[in-house]
Write a protein that binds this ligand. Structure first.
Ligand code: MRU
Length: 363
């Protein structure tokens, strides 16, 4: 993705491996500060996932893959029995960071599988590093293809609604839902993007809006409650969101609030699309109701986070919104049943939700 800071424009991926260090764009500081965070070992990298320094399904998938590669590189010695024990503990640590996004488990498994037959620690280290890097490249290519397939669904002059951040920041590059939007903009389709703010962590307001600014894509930030109004008034022609997990029956889990948008889109006859690479599909999960839904800290609802106005504010600040006695609940995702989904945009093309199970044979 292109990042403009002052007069310079530089290409970045959301996350990458530099030697044995995992580097990533520090997402909680955006849009106010652009910084790169570095994590020296797999335990630090695991924490970067659970604390959401990196977030978004394909991005945490690649981070999980890099974390496994890092764990191989951390190991000192040549004893394969001890090495296997170390790796299975590292796998557990990385896999227990967040429960919903399937890409995390896919990324971890891909690298773990690649070292199953390694005969020595050094062979495992080389293989794991190469596999994690090619996993990230594969993930970026898939998102680029999603952009090409999905971009063609967007008609000239459309209003496009998206929820959360399913952009380049949430992936290795390009994005899932934002890839078709980028493609449509590059192909001069004269689109306008409606960006849901996406309470409580405001990934729309903070991250999607930032990506739109970086790309110069016309957009309006709207409160989470406003999408139905603009659908009813005919200003939204298509909805494209990402997914954290796609079940075999075509149900999906995505950021909390997605389900409501899908229902209101159907009510208004507006096509509702999911953009997700094959790494997000959990073929073993029969339906959306079986997808584990992460419950996060109530503080994310009780407080808001931002940068105070004025040149002297050098840091972000947290402010409490609700009375001090009030408790909150905070599910991070919800499930949208397949019946509300017009199509799932994958790297292989646009599929009906009922066709998702057939993809298994094609991968
Ligand atoms: O809690 P987050 O910020 O990791 O959730 C991210 C989303 O829900 C995205 O929309 C999702 O990962 C879809 S595709 C990148």
């Amino acid at each position: 993705m292109k990042v403009r800071t002052g007069r310079s424009v530089k290409d970045y991926r959301a996350v990458w491996l530099d030697g044995s260090t995992v580097k990533m764009i520090n997402q909680p500081l955006l849009p106010h500060f652009f910084r790169i965070a570095s994590f020296k070992n797999h335990k630090e990298t695991a924490k970067s996932i659970s604390t959401m320094v990196v977030r978004g399904a394909p991005a945490i998938g690649a981070t999980g893959a890099f974390g496994i590669a890092q764990a191989t590189l951390e190991f000192r010695g040549t004893d394969m029995k001890k090495f296997r024990k170390h790796m299975s503990a590292a796998e557990k640590t990385l896999a227990s960071t967040r429960p919903t996004a399937y890409d995390l488990f896919h990324g971890i498994k891909t690298v773990m599988d690649s070292i199953k037959n390694a005969k020595s620690v050094s062979e495992a280290q080389n293989t794991a590093t190469a596999t994690a890097n090619s996993y990230a490249d594969w993930s970026a290519t898939n998102c680029r293809l999603i952009g090409e397939h999905g971009g063609k669904l967007i008609k000239r002059g459309s209003g496009v609604l998206t929820h959360c951040n399913a952009g380049a920041l949430a992936c290795v590059d390009h994005g899932t839902a934002l890839a078709p939007i980028r493609w449509a903009h590059e192909n001069k389709k004269n689109i306008h993007v409606f960006v849901d703010e996406t309470r409580p962590r405001c990934q729309g307001a903070r991250l999607t809006a930032w990506e739109m600014v970086m790309e110069g894509i016309p957009h309006s930030l709207i409160s989470d409650n406003a999408a139905g109004h603009y659908m009813q008034r005919g200003e939204i022609d298509i909805v494209i969101v990402g997914a954290d997990r796609v079940a075999a029956n075509g149900d999906i889990a995505n950021k909390i609030g997605t389900y409501e948008k899908a229902v209101v889109a159907k009510e208004n006859g507006i096509p509702f699309y999911i953009a997700a690479p094959s790494s997000t599909i959990d073929f073993k999960c029969k339906s959306g109701m079986k997808i584990p839904i992460e419950e996060r800290s109530q503080d994310e609802v009780l407080y808001m986070f931002g940068k105070p106005d004025g040149p002297l504010a050098m840091n972000t600040a947290r402010v409490r919104v609700a009375p001090k006695e009030t408790k909150a609940r905070n599910p991070a995702f919800d499930v949208t049943p397949a019946k509300y989904i017009k199509g799932i945009i994958t790297e292989k093309g646009v599929l009906k939700p009922s066709q998702i199970k057939n993809l298994k044979g094609l991968l």
